[in-house]
Design a protein around this ligand. Structure first.
Ligand SMILES: Nc1ncnc2c1ncn2[C@@H]1O[C@H](COP(=O)(O)OP(=O)(O)OP(=O)(O)O)[C@@H](O)[C@H]1O
Ligand SMILES: [Mg+2]
Length: 474
């Protein structure tokens, strides 16, 4: 969407009425004012126009031959909530106009009306439309500053990263991303590719820790037929396949020193030789690498060649741990909530303020990936429409978030005789297990019994034994 196109676009108005004369004169008046005008005599056809052309304003009679104007209004609001609907009320009854406004109409105009009344009313609606467009455009521009699809974060720390990414992406410079596990290294690598001129070409990722050295080598460079046992066909390496695109090497410090030396030569010479091959094949890739270690430390530890790091590290990007940018937690949580609510088909879920606070207090040693898993787990146990409260949070969150991580560690007291201690311990265990189980299943005993692998009668028996019956739903 370019900056000017939106506001240059005329405001469009759909007139719905079966009185041809009225439609004709309204159309003339509004067209001469510069509006784009559609007209229809029937409600069904009007809905078609709404679907296809998204008019900004709909001016509709309250009584249509095939449907009630209010029903049309409600349907339009459902399909295109931003549409402004103006009702033409036949007999100027107070009731119908009030009802129309209640149902979401922008305004109403009693019949008969003058050309001036119509101009003023539609003029006001058009002003509103332009205001909304301006706002959306402004938001778009702000957002465009440093925003990448599906990457969330407004903290200073992550915004700095975004600003580097947006400046470096269009260049061909090598980027070296470091950061703890789960901080989004691969996500950033992909964003660099997507925002570069190489985006129509492949993004190839290889995890250097996942393969033993000789396999990694033939994955990277390819091999000729018969190069080694099992190489019964010739194969192109990933570097060849990625030509013109971006090559992402994850966990680079897990590569052996010998292979690192070969890689260094490839980077310098921009040519590869397949394993067992003679000829040199030119390659053209943009290098992006990542590690969850501190790269300089990896060099000191002898895990990473200094000269390789030097080549790959033209632009370093350090991704901060999530606990260093806790202000991003709520937005990330909402982002994952939307995603998983859709995936699990749970409509209208929301976090309570306390739930968000609890999330933001937790340290997330597994970073964004852990947060994502936590939200997925929560969503999978929720009912549609539910507000997610502190009670719906996974146990480990409150445990580890609370000072000292204190939780009754021991459920027995060694001063007691064995049998008493055992009985007490079983009581504590059964109660806690049951409460947790029922919480997870929202008090639904049949589901709980299935999960626990015990029958419903046993659950009922324990419930009455521990007086827990109030929370259940059979
Ligand atoms: N800022 C973010 N916004 C949205 N999702 C994110 C963000 N950061 C990370 N994620 C998500 O978190 C998960 C982990 O991210 P990613 O795989 O990029 O991390 P990583 O640093 O490569 O982890 P590892 O070191 O374990 O490979 C992914 O599902 C990713 O989509
Ligand atoms: Mg990764």
């Amino acid at each position: 969407m370019s900056d000017t196109s939106d506001n240059a676009l005329p405001v469009s108005v759909l007139i719905v009425d079966d009185e041809e004369l009225l439609v004709k004169s309204c159309s003339q008046i509004l067209s001469s004012e510069g509006y784009a005008v559609y007209s229809e005599g029937r409600g069904r056809n009007a809905l078609d126009v709404v679907r296809r052309h998204h008019p900004d304003v709909v001016l509709t009679d309250l009584m249509l031959p095939d449907m009630d104007g209010l029903a049309l209004l409600k349907e339009i609001k459902k399909q295109a909530p931003e549409t402004l609907v103006v009702m033409i009320t036949g007999f100027a009854t107070v009731d119908s106009s009030v009802e129309a406004i209640r149902a979401g109409a922008y305004d109403y105009i009693p019949k008969p009306f003058t050309a001036t009344q119509l101009r003023i009313l539609i003029g006001r609606a058009a002003q509103q439309v332009r205001l909304v467009r301006d706002n959306a455009q402004l938001r778009d521009q702000l957002k465009r500053q440093y925003s990448f699809e599906n990457i969330v974060g407004t903290s200073d720390a992550i915004q700095k990263v975004f600003s580097v990414v947006s400046r470096v992406a269009p260049t061909d410079a090598s980027v070296f991303i470091s950061g703890e596990s789960g901080t989004g290294k691969e996500l950033i690598a992909r964003a660099i590719h997507t925002n570069s001129r190489r985006s129509p070409r492949p993004f190839m990722a290889i995890n250097c820790a996942a393969l033993p050295d000789h396999l990694l080598e033939s994955e990277l460079f390819g091999h000729e037929k018969g190069a080694f046992t099992g190489a019964d066909v010739q194969r192109r390496g990933l570097l060849e396949v990625a030509s013109g695109g971006t090559f992402f090497m994850d966990e680079i410090s897990e590569m052996s020193m010998e292979l690192q030396a070969k890689l260094l030569r490839v980077i310098q010479e921009r040519r590869i030789r397949r394993v067992g091959g003679e000829s040199e094949i030119p390659i053209d890739v943009r290098w992006v690498s990542a590690t969850n270690r501190d790269p300089e430390q990896a060099v000191r530890d002898g895990a990473l060649r200094q000269d390789l790091l030097y080549r790959l590290n033209v632009v370093p990007i350090r991704l901060p741990a999530l606990r260093q940018r806790k202000e991003d937690i709520p937005a990330l949580a909402q982002h994952f909530l939307r995603r998983f609510a859709q995936e699990y088909d749970r409509d209208n879920l929301r976090f309570s303020a306390e739930a968000l606070r609890e999330l933001a207090e937790y340290d997330f040693p597994g970073n964004v990936r852990e947060l994502q898993n936590v939200v997925e787990r929560i969503v999978s146990m929720c009912l549609p429409g539910q507000e997610i409260g502190p009670d719906d949070m996974p146990e480990e969150l409150s445990q580890r978030a609370s000072a000292g991580g204190a939780r009754p560690m021991s459920i027995f007291n060694a001063d007691q005789p064995f049998h008493d201690a055992k009985t007490d311990a079983i009581t504590v265990f059964e109660k806690e297990y049951l409460q947790d189980l029922l919480k997870r299943h929202n008090g639904n005993i049949s589901q709980a019994a299935r999960t626990a692998g015990i029958d419903r009668k046993t659950i009922h028996r324990m419930l009455s034994k521990y007086n827990l019956e109030s929370r259940i739903r059979d």
